[in-house]
Every structure is written in C-alpha cells, then in structure tokens.
Design a protein around this ligand. Structure first.
Ligand SMILES: Cc1cc2nc3c(=O)[nH]c(=O)nc-3n(C[C@H](O)[C@H](O)[C@H](O)COP(=O)(O)O)c2cc1C
Length: 141
C-alpha cells in the first residue's frame, strides 16, 4: 500500500486549554484510527503544526476534516507527498506543547520529500529531522 504524508501550519482561533485540545485530539484519533492515519500535532499556544501520514484516501479524509474545522484559520500546507515508511507509527494523533521557536524551526526547515537522513548528525537539517528530534523524548517505549 502506498503511503502519503502531509504537513501544515495554522493559527488557533479562540483560547485553548489542555482539556479542549485533549477532546479535539481524541475525536481526531478516533477518525484517524478508522482511516489508518497516524501523526502528531505541535501546539505553541498560537499556532498548530500538524503532520499526518497514511494511505492517500485516509490522509485526504482526515485533512478534509482539518480544513473544515472552525477551530483554526490561515492553513498553509508545508509539504505533501509520497512516503516510503511511516515516521510516526505510534500515534493515531497526539498533541505536544511546543515553544514558538520549535514550531518555527520545523515550519522553516527543508520540507522537500519528507526526507529523514539515516546518518547521525549533530544538528537536524530537514524538517522531519527537526520534528522527530522534538518527538523523541515523548515516543512510547
Ligand atoms: C489543529 C486541528 C487538528 C485536527 N486534526 C484532525 C485529525 O488528525 N483527524 C481528523 O479526523 N480531524 C482532525 N481535526 C478535526 C477535528 O477532529 C474536529 O472534526 C473538528 O475540530 C470539529 O470542528 P470544529 O473545530 O469546527 O468544532 C483537527 C482539527 C484541528 C483544529
């Protein structure tokens, strides 16, 4: 089965607390589970940065729900395209509190091709390397 991935940033609408975000993400994870989609959401209090991966129809269906949500605005797709293997297989959807610098670093990094270098580097270069370095401490054992 061929896999696709999509990443975007958006601006939050209205005030958000942990409980409401937990509720939104629980619903998202339910849908993603049916659609075989996995991914993660960074939230810095003002901006969301979400990464979705899975079969094309699944990612399209989840992203459609994202697009019609009134909880955020000004969506900008950072990248979308084919993926060789899942990079975040452990979460149907999971949100992490990030600082604005982390969201900025991921958003402004190189999104060409969802490439994750197999070489160990002192500092991440591609957007996925940045994102995965932020996820690392939270990844379930
Ligand atoms: C930042 C954000 C991320 C979301 N992620 C997903 C997702 O991964 N899968 C999904 O099916 N829906 C996702 N949604 C849609 C929500 O699950 C829900 O359908 C939507 O927020 C409800 O509409 P409302 O926000 O206008 O009340 C997301 C919504 C937002 C705002």
């Amino acid at each position: 089965m061929s896999l696709r991935a999509l990443a975007y940033v958006s601006h939050v609408v209205g005030p958000w607390d942990r409980m409401s975000l937990d509720g939104l993400i629980a619903k998202a994870a339910d849908f993603n589970s049916e659609a075989d989609v996995t991914g993660v959401l960074l939230f810095d209090g003002h901006r969301f940065l979400q990464y979705l991966e899975g079969p094309e129809e699944g990612v399209d269906a989840a992203y459609h729900r994202v697009c019609i949500s009134t909880s955020h605005s000004d969506l900008i797709v950072l990248s979308q395209g084919p993926l060789a293997r899942r990079l975040v297989p452990y979460w149907r959807m999971h949100w992490l509190l990030a600082d604005p610098g982390q969201v900025r670093n991921v958003a402004h990094a190189d999104w060409m091709g969802f490439i994750r270098s197999e070489r160990r580097r002192e500092r991440p270069r591609s957007a996925m390397e940045h994102l995965l370095s932020y996820l690392n401490p939270h990844v379930p054992a």
